[in-house]
Design a protein around this ligand. Sequence first.
Ligand code: NAI
Length: 286
Amino acid sequence: RGKRAFIAGVADDNGYGWAIAKSLAAAGAEILVGTWVPALNIFENSLRRGKFDESRILPDGSLMEITKVYPLDAVYDNPADIPEDVKANKRYSGSSKWTVQEVAESVKQDFGSIDILVHSLANGPEVSKPLLETSRNGYLAAISASSYSFVSLLKHFVPIMNPGGASISLTYIASERIIPGYGGGMSSAKAALESDTLVLAFEAGRKHRIRVNTISAGPLRSRAAKAIGFIDMMIDYSLENAPLQKELTAEEVGNTAAFLASPLASAITGTVVYVDNGLNAMGVGV
Ligand code: NAI
């Protein structure tokens, strides 16, 4: 039987989540996605109206099928966590069962199990503020949406993941090197995500034979990256300074995720894999 993947953090066809879905689909996996609740309507309408059809084309000419789209907000673990104002918010009250625990339960009810879990989401409300000017709430919100969201997803999905399964998240070099402009505690959140990749690789590996890796991706002009405000500069910087002076495509990250999720990577766990044209290896810009 083909593998089944749940990809959290797909709301359009521009980001890494979409590209990972495509690479996994091209390798024969069945695709389920988790879409941020406020983005759900636009995403589903666009899918239905064929707006993504061109981007759905796989190497063999067929179109990627998304078997089911689940509403998800990964900052809430179960209904008791949802604040009143969110409950009352029109964009949220139109959907149901979108906390992490409920989504895992729904996937279990619908499909029984999954093999691959992908976390391709991040949010830092104060990302454009330097760390020195970041509020406690902004910092904690970045960690909640961008780091703990992975712990929570893995925690709730591990019981329905088949042994030998794999999970993958997306990180950024700002966790370990100074990248001015990646503020609001987002650099801290990526450092936590990378550290958790080690501990979770141990715990999920020992308990359920599940592998945990993270991809440190180079700059991509996604919706989230455009919101940060410095993405064009980072792309230009990479083009100028990386060992490989070419555009980085989302597909290259998608293909790495497909490799890491496959039996070809059966002994790889607890690692950070750089998919950045080698930029991380440079010590100075030249
Ligand atoms: P994207 O905008 O395609 O993906 C981010 C997704 O997160 C969006 O679909 C958004 O709706 C979703 N999201 C935000 N808060 C959420 C929540 N509370 N619950 C559920 N979903 C939520 O952008 P991109 O850039 O592809 O981001 C994917 C991952 O790649 C992120 O972890 C990001 O930090 C990472 N990354 C991106 C780089 C870039 O240059 N674009 C570079 C390195 C890493």
